[in-house]
Design a protein around this ligand. Structure first.
Ligand code: 13P
Ligand code: SF4
Length: 357
């Protein structure tokens, strides 16, 4: 539905009143009505870098989810304030690894005698606490666009018998290890935080190269092998393009895999008349389908039964208007602020990511 013109006008006026004091970041999964006000759009990696490159902005309004706003707070100056227009915009995957659970897992690895050989790698989609744990234990953060480089770095650092503990998305971890590093599925084990010792024996922990956390994305986890088979039948000649948060069998059956930024670049470069089924969040797929329709590129959603990311969708035009108008009126609302100690350790891990070759 088109945006309410009154709200559009109010957002525009508030943003204009704030001028250079405000910088609005928009993740690709945001609604169209929000994206139209973003100064930059991007994947998680690009947005983290762009947030850090705006020291003059007093307010960073992050149209995305909580872990992204936390990362922006960690990477920006102390006097810059990061605002999340709706505090309920979390991420179910990030919530699947808590600081207590990860500390307990590290004790399990220590008791099994493998912690000394293990380097943690945490997906950007994790809380600041998990990033701080990662920083303290010599690890790095990764996003879907640099996971291969992060894992290569971590295995080099871990040494000959080294392992990686990958948090919290088992699918990105497995897909990257198997597709890009040449590991086998048998090299990977899954640590289940709800079971004693993660549900793993000491032998399994010692034999594993990748210890995957049992987390997943509730949106991407719903695409299935059946979705791929069905779309290939329904749309002859279709190219299947999916995000690496999808399950391993889906990624294995797809033609192309990549982060949101990579998905956009792939469709940009696609020839006229080509047909694509895209397995990622629906706001982005719809926007791309509309953008490329007049170039004769047909873009369909990989599985019509999968829906929006409900937390990304919490950020809507009314919340954005409220945030901008509050800031313009001198009232700081919905500030995301990571405490100093957590910030220090999490920053180590994030800076290792930004320095990856
Ligand atoms: P990217 O934008 O880094 O591909 O991440 C996707 C995602 O799920 C963010 O929540
Ligand atoms: Fe989290 Fe998945 Fe939504 Fe991304 S799409 S914010 S990983 S639940």
């Amino acid at each position: 539905a088109p945006s309410d013109p009154d709200l559009v006008e109010r957002a525009r006026a508030a943003k204009e009143a704030l001028g250079d004091r405000v910088f609005v970041l928009g993740h690709h999964y945001q609604r169209d009505e929000v994206i139209q006000f973003a100064d930059v759009t991007g994947d998680s990696f690009k947005l983290a870098r762009d947030a850090a490159a705006r020291p003059e902005a007093e307010f960073i309004v992050f149209c995305g989810v909580h872990f992204m706003a936390e990362s922006a707070d960690i990477l920006t100056g102390d006097d810059q304030r990061v605002i999340l227009p709706d505090l309920a915009a979390g991420c179910s995957m990030a919530d699947m690894a808590t600081a207590e659970q990860v500390a307990e897992a590290w004790d399990v690895l220590t008791d099994a005698g493998v912690a000394g050989d293990t380097v943690p790698v945490s997906y950007m989609n994790s809380s600041a606490d998990i990033k701080a744990f990662t920083g303290r234990h010599g690890g790095t953060i990764c996003t879907s666009s640099n996971a291969k480089r992060a894992l290569t770095w971590a295995f080099e650092r871990a040494g000959d018998n080294g392992k990686v503990l990958f948090l919290p998305d088992q699918h990105l971890g497995r897909n990257t290890a198997v597709r890009e590093l040449g590991l086998t599925l048998d090299d990977c084990v899954v640590y289940n935080p709800h079971r004693p010792n993660g549900g793993l024996t000491v032998e399994q922990l010692r034999a594993a190269k990748m210890i995957l956390w049992r987390g997943h994305c509730s949106v991407h986890g719903r695409f299935s092998l059946e979705s791929v088979r069905e779309v290939r039948e329904r749309v002859p000649g279709v190219n299947v393009l999916v995000h690496p948060e999808c399950r391993h069998e889906v990624v294995a059956a797809a033609d192309h895999v990549g982060s949101t930024e990579h998905i956009i670049a792939t469709l940009d470069a696609a020839p006229e008349g080509s047909r694509w089924a895209v397995g990622t969040e629906l706001n982005l797929v719809r926007r791309l389908a509309n953008r490329y329709a007049d170039q004769g590129k047909e873009i369909v959603f990989l599985d019509r039964t999968v829906c929006f990311c409900s937390t990304m969708n919490r950020i809507d035009l009314p919340h954005l208007v409220w945030s901008l108008e509050s800031l313009a009126a001198g009232k700081v609302i919905n500030r995301i602020e990571v405490d100093r100690e957590t910030e220090h350790d999490a920053k180590l891990a994030l800076e290792r990511m930004l320095a990856l070759p």
